[in-house]
Design a protein around this ligand. Structure first.
Ligand code: TXA
Ligand code: MG
Length: 339
C-alpha cells in the first residue's frame, strides 16, 4: 500500500477495488497524471472523472461552494456509492472536469480504496478501470484483461460487491438531479432530499436508450457514449414481464433457425422457461441488486462463449433495477424491443 501510494504521488496509475467497480486512479491534482488515465483507457477527452476522497476534509479544497443537501447526503451515503456533482474550485485541473465548472466527488466504501487514498495523501481521480466502451471491471482479472501493461499497479480486492457504478447526483441546482443511476437508488435519495429528478438521459426518454435524441445535450457527458457493451451484439427486450419472456423465446427460435448461436440473459425466475439457446442466470428479477452484482461479469463472459447474439430480458426499472436497465440499454446501443 505504501508503494502504491508513492506511485500515485509520483504521477503513476494504480487500479484499485471499490464497492461498486474497479477504478483507474491518478493524483487528481496532477494534470499530467490525469492525462495518462485518458490515454490508458482510450477515453474521450470531454468525459469528466470522479474524484475519490478518504475524508470529508479532503472535499473543501476541491469545491467552490457546498450546496444545500450536500452535508445531509454525505451523512446518509458516505462512504458509499454516491457521487455528488458540486461547483469546482479553481485548483481542480480541467483534465478532471473536462472543462465543466463542476466536479464529481465520492468517498468509496472499500477498505483498500480508502487505504490507498490515505497512503497517497492526495484526492484520487478515477474512472472505471476498463477500456473505454467495455463493461466496467468487477474483478482484478477484468482490469488486467483490459489494461494489463498500461498501468503500474493493480490492487486485487476480490470481486466488487455492488457491481454497478455509483449514482451521479447533481446538487448544484434547486432540485437534485440523477445524471447516472447507480448503487444508491432514487428512492433512497428522495428519502433524504424530498425531491429528486431523473435527467432525461437516464431512462431513455432522451432517445432510444442507447443514444440520446438529436438536440439533447447530456449533462453527464459520459451518457452520450455507447458503453458497457460486450463485443457480441445484444438485443434488450423490455416491457410487460410475461410478454418479454414470450418475445425472447420467439427471437431465440428465429435466430436459431437461421443458424445463429443464441445466448439468453435471463433471471432465476424465468430461466426454466427457456428450452433453447445458452441460458445464463443474471440474478433474481425481484431482487435487482443480485443482477447488478453479476451483470458486467456476465456481459464479459458472453464474449468468451460460442454465441453470436445475446438476448437480454429487461426488468422493472425501480430501485436498483433502474441502474441495471440503464446499463443494459446502453449495452444494447439502441437495439431495444419494447413489448
Ligand atoms: O462507481 C463509480 O463511480 C466508479 C468507481 C471507480 O468509483 N467510477 C466511475 O467513473 O464509474 P466513470 O468515469 O466510469 O464514470 C463517471 C461518470 C461519467 O458518466 C461522467 O460523465 C460523470 O460521472 N461525471 C463525472 N464528473 C461529472 C461532472 N462534473 N458533471 C457531470 N457528470 C460527471
Ligand atoms: Mg466508466
Amino acid at each position: 500500500m505504501a508503494r502504491a501510494g508513492l506511485i500515485l504521488r509520483r504521477g503513476g496509475l494504480v487500479a484499485f477495488p471499490t464497492e461498486t467497480v474497479y477504478g483507474l486512479g491518478a493524483d487528481a491534482l496532477n494534470a499530467r497524471a490525469v492525462a495518462r488515465i485518458f490515454e490508458a483507457k482510450g477515453r474521450p477527452q470531454d468525459n469528466p472523472l470522479i474524484v475519490h476522497v478518504a475524508a470529508r476534509e479532503m472535499v473543501d479544497p476541491l469545491v467552490a461552494r457546498v450546496p444545500a443537501h450536500a452535508r445531509q447526503l454525505m451523512d446518509a451515503f458516505w462512504p458509499g456509492p454516491l457521487t455528488l456533482v458540486l461547483p469546482a474550485a479553481a485548483a481542480v485541473p480541467r483534465e478532471v472536469t473536462a472543462g465543466l465548472d463542476t466536479v464529481g466527488i465520492r468517498m468509496p466504501d472499500h477498505p483498500v480504496a480508502l487505504a490507498l487514498i490515505r497512503s497517497a495523501g492526495v484526492p484520487v481521480a478515477a474512472p472505471s478501470a476498463n477500456l473505454s466502451g467495455r463493461p466496467s471491471p468487477t474483478s482484478a482479472e477484468h482490469v488486467l484483461a483490459d489494461l494489463g501493461g498500461r498501468v503500474e499497479v493493480v490492487l486485487d480486492g476480490g470481486p466488487a460487491g455492488i457491481g454497478v457504478e455509483s449514482t451521479v447526483l447533481d446538487i448544484t441546482g434547486d432540485v437534485p438531479v440523477i445524471l447516472r443511476p447507480g448503487g444508491v437508488t432514487a428512492e433512497e435519495i428522495a428519502g433524504i432530499t424530498g425531491r429528486v429528478r431523473l435527467d432525461p438521459g437516464v431512462d431513455g426518454r432522451a432517445g432510444n436508450g442507447g443514444r440520446p435524441a438529436a438536440g439533447y445535450r447530456p449533462r453527464s457527458p459520459g451518457m452520450k457514449y455507447r458503453h458497457y457493451a460486450p463485443r457480441t451484439p445484444l438485443i434488450l427486450v423490455e416491457g410487460d414481464p410475461g410478454r418479454v419472456t414470450a418475445r425472447v423465446q420467439e427471437l431465440a427460435r428465429e435466430y436459431l433457425s437461421r443458424g445463429r448461436r443464441v445466448g439468453i440473459l435471463a433471471s432465476a425466475e424465468t430461466a426454466p422457461l427457456y428450452r433453447e439457446g445458452q441460458v445464463v442466470v443474471a440474478g433474481q428479477r425481484n431482487k435487482p441488486s443480485t443482477i447488478a452484482a453479476r451483470l458486467f461479469a456476465l456481459l464479459r463472459r458472453f464474449d468468451e462463449m460460442p454465441v453470436d447474439i445475446i438476448l437480454a430480458e429487461g426488468i422493472e426499472p425501480r430501485g436498483m433495477g433502474l441502474a441495471v436497465m440503464n446499463r443494459l440499454r446502453r449495452a444494447a446501443g439502441g437495439n431495444i424491443q419494447r413489448v
